[in-house]
Design a binder for this molecule. Sequence first.
Ligand SMILES: [Zn+2]
Ligand SMILES: [Zn+2]
Length: 355
Amino acid sequence: MMKRQSLVGYGAPLQSTQSALPVPQNGEVLLRVSHCGLCHSDLHLMDGHFDLGEGKKLDITQGRELPFTPGHEICGTIEAHGPSVMGIANGKRLYAVYPWIGCGNCARCLEGDEHLCDLMGHLGIHRDGGFASHVLVPHPRYLIDVSGIDAAIAGSYMCSGLTAFSALRKALAAGGQGPLLIMGLGGVGFMALELARSMTQQPIAVADIDGRKREAAERCGADIIIDPQQPEARKALRAAMGQMTAAIDFVGSAASLDFAQAAVGKGGMVVVVGLMGGRISLPVPMFPLRQLSIAGSFVGSLPEARELIGLVRQGGVHPIPVSVRPLEEINAAIEALREGGVLGRISLKPSADPS
Ligand SMILES: [Zn+2]
Ligand SMILES: [Zn+2]
């Protein structure tokens, strides 16, 4: 049997469900889940909406039958595969699963940008994911060998890690050797701070409203750490480092985006990643006059995911703090994440009994 923690209604806790173990067809691979990371976007999925600001909500309940199993930060071993899968063996080797699956046939997908495909089939979002003993992966190309990397954190590289990596690549592509601002030290922001040290020599500023997170950032080698809610924060940042070349907003609120756009200099770029919600208004002439770019970044591509795992393998990227909890305790973990007191990542582990 496949044991799962499933969404049975929006705004309600997950429930234990069971189903028959799927038999992989054609190119499918059945993975036994070793660990699956818990993510803020799982909370949005369970709520059934994103906050767009001013009381508006983006409904995300469509295209999903309940009960549904979330979980997209998956790492596991191959249990079985369909007849057309060649060249991979069942066994002990650990794979992370790239979950941002598209149709595989459109121009976007063929360019390697499956995460931008309009026919989304994301694991744990549109098709059953990893808060389970097993998960069905539609094709072996989504499996990335992560042997040697901590299984508790490997799956999170496919989400928080990949999101941080892709946003950093966009921000660094803006050019310039000036400082880079990282706003918001949730799991993704911390991962970005960690990765930034292996990807650039540019000075790194970080901003967070939580004092404990600012303290943790000190140990992670940020060059300057500020509290953006302090009235003199903008001035202090500019006095210490000048104007930013680029900023990455991992919060994605009106306040954070406004702070980020004001901190970058001419030709600067703000990459928005966070989904906190809200809206801001900016004078249109400031875009040309400051040559300001505001770009969004959504997770990352499959080639980027492979590149990131390569970077992690080289060493030099310290794993972010992770706490492992039994999958059965997922609702308590979700509550802890909602309350915002979690530093680093929570990784859920299904019980090992092979039933
Ligand atoms: Zn995630
Ligand atoms: Zn496609």
